[in-house]
Design a protein. Structure first.
Length: 255
């Protein structure tokens, strides 16, 4: 089992009690990220067979974005085809109030940002009965009160499912990587006291590419059958799509 005193530092999740490197792994560079806080690896995103998220709320940046809370045709979302690999999972989470769309769209194949992921974690926690009303004290220099994600970022910080960087930033627009997502999903499971039976783990050929700080969390989820890959690869440093995260959440809820 993983020590619950371990904590998330931005995209890196170093361990307080790890002997190797004295927990200095939090300064590792995240492959594919740039100084603008987003990962330029969209061409590598798995749109069909990997671990799988979703949910982007209205933003103050675009006041014309309005949540789509109705069903206007055979599909819940205009951009979610009947043969999309995550269609059933996305519609299930929508009906449970965990994800929402905008103007009939869910944008399943877009990478999910840290802000969007914080919202999804909080929605899932609330659905599972966790009190999500408390927020942490303001500590991030790049999370502003007029942004749609302000409350959710500080809620996820309070619940310890996500934490910011050592430089006191959260980088809300930076894309989540697959290995970062695994750590937060594990912490969500621990927060909600979800009991998941052991399953057959998947053997990934790129396991060695998973960062040291993420491997214990990865091993735990893999042993429970929650993680899936594509062609025996996990691609830990790549961005994860909104649909992929939704499948992860669905798999967690269906265990």
């Amino acid at each position: 089992m993983i020590n619950n005193n371990y904590y998330i530092i931005e995209k890196q999740i170093p361990f307080k009690n790890l002997d190797d490197n004295n927990g200095n792994g939090n300064n590792e560079n995240n492959n594919g990220s740039n100084n603008n806080g987003s990962n330029n690896n969209n061409d590598n995103i798995n749109n069909g067979n990997g671990t799988d998220i979703g949910n982007k709320p209205n933003t103050d940046d675009n006041p014309n974005n309005k949540e789509d809370n109705g069903i206007g045709n055979d599909n819940l979302f205009d951009d979610l085809s009947n043969d999309h690999f995550a269609k059933d999972e996305i519609e299930y989470l929508y009906k449970k109030g965990i994800v929402k769309g905008y103007n009939g769209l869910i944008r399943p194949n877009e990478p999910i940002t840290r802000a969007e992921f914080a919202i999804l974690l909080n929605n899932t926690s609330k659905y599972l009965g966790v009190d999500t009303n408390s927020i942490a004290n303001e500590i991030y220099t790049d999370v502003y009160r007029n942004k749609y994600y302000y409350n959710d970022i500080y809620k996820s910080t309070y619940l310890d499912t996500m934490i910011g960087y050592n430089d006191k930033t959260f980088k809300p627009e930076r894309y989540m990587t697959r290995e970062e997502t695994v750590v937060s999903i594990y912490k969500l499971i621990s927060l909600c006291n979800i009991n998941i039976e052991l399953s057959y783990p998947v053997l990934f050929t790129d396991y060695k590419d998973i960062s040291t700080w993420a491997k214990p969390y990865f091993d735990e989820l893999n042993s429970k059958g929650i993680i899936k890959g594509n062609n025996e690869k996990f691609r830990p440093k790549e961005s994860i799509t909104r649909a992929e995260v939704m499948v992860l959440i669905y798999n967690l809820l269906s265990k």
